[in-house]
Write a protein that binds this ligand. Structure first.
Ligand code: AKG
Length: 296
């Protein structure tokens, strides 16, 4: 669980990093299963329901930018959704009643790894109130040069920025056009086995991985059980109720006066943030391709 000081820090800054939530054995298991997944993608030439491939992916150098809904594909990932250390932290923030949403694993392979443009998760999935957060499990150490997540402290209390371009939702903020000030951004740096919790309205993004080390980040989304999705449920009502990880559900959503702009219209056939943001013309972060010498 979080201390009173940690809860205050989260409420004030919109994020918190908690070290040592996972054991070494849990981290090792996640590293191993992830390496196996990358190996399984080796002969793919395009993404599928499990994998979003890096643009430079090849059989010689298999590289994923995302494993989609990893909890559906391996029990080691699934166990993390209800990890007691994680659930205890969320209960400290919102009380007993907590519901999971979905999850993803963002990989940034050494010497490359796609950036994630500045955005607010809330722009993708607004709810009836904003007690929503993403928990990021650091499968590797997050260091200044391996593309750690960057956050703008306190920005969860500010506006929801425009994530549209040319009339379409692109899931990214045009920093220049909107005059967004990201000069106060800080990187979330911590050893493997730590978690970050970031508020759904917090501004965040990440640069390419220019280091020689992997950066793998397993992200699960959670919400207070009385926050209901304005975009509708992605699953059946019965499955939605099964997403409760602590306490009980309710059919009475808690309503809060929160800024909302729905992510419509959306281009069809795009599933991951990378595919959606690829369509944005304005880019803040530079992409990186692996040096030929780094092929393996
Ligand atoms: O992987 C990262 O650094 C950022 C992740 C993120 O913001 C997302 O996938 O929505």
């Amino acid at each position: 669980m979080l201390s009173k000081v940690q809860v205050e820090e989260y409420n004030e800054r919109g994020y918190i990093v908690v070290p040592d939530v996972l054991s070494r054995a849990e981290v090792k298991e996640l590293q191993d299963v992830t390496a196996r997944m990358v190996e399984e993608s080796r002969h793919l030439t395009k993404g599928d329901e499990r994998f979003d491939l890096e643009p430079f992916h090849s059989a010689e150098r298999p590289a994923l930018r995302r494993i989609k809904t990893p909890h559906l594909f391996d029990p080691a990932y699934a166990r993390m959704v209800r990890h007691p250390g994680i659930v205890a932290c969320l209960k400290s923030l919102w009380g007993d009643n907590v519901r999971a949403d979905t999850g993803k694993l963002n990989l940034k392979t050494s010497g490359a790894g796609s950036p994630v443009e500045w955005h607010q998760d809330w722009a993708f999935y607004p709810h009836t109130n904003d007690d929503l957060a993403a928990v990021g499990i650091m499968i590797d150490a997050f260091t200044p040069d391996n593309g750690p997540m960057l956050v703008v402290p306190g920005s969860h209390k500010g506006p929801i920025y425009d994530h549209h371009e040319d009339g379409y939702f692109v899931g990214a903020i045009d920093v220049e056009r909107t005059g967004l000030d990201v000069s106060g951004a800080v990187p979330l740096l911590a050893p493997a086995g730590s978690i970050s919790i970031h508020h759904a309205r917090l501004l965040h993004g990440s640069a390419a991985n220019t280091s020689g080390a992997e950066r793998r980040f397993l992200l699960y989304q959670y919400r207070a059980a009385d926050a209901w999705p304005l975009m509708g449920m992605r699953v059946s009502f019965e499955d939605y109720e099964r997403l409760i990880v602590s306490g009980t559900s309710t059919l009475t959503p808690r309503m809060k006066d929160v800024p909302v702009r729905l992510p419509f219209p959306a281009r069809s056939g795009l599933t991951t943030i990378y595919e959606i943001q690829d369509k944005a013309k304005a880019k803040f972060f530079a992409s990186a391709k692996p040096e030929p010498a780094m092929a393996r």
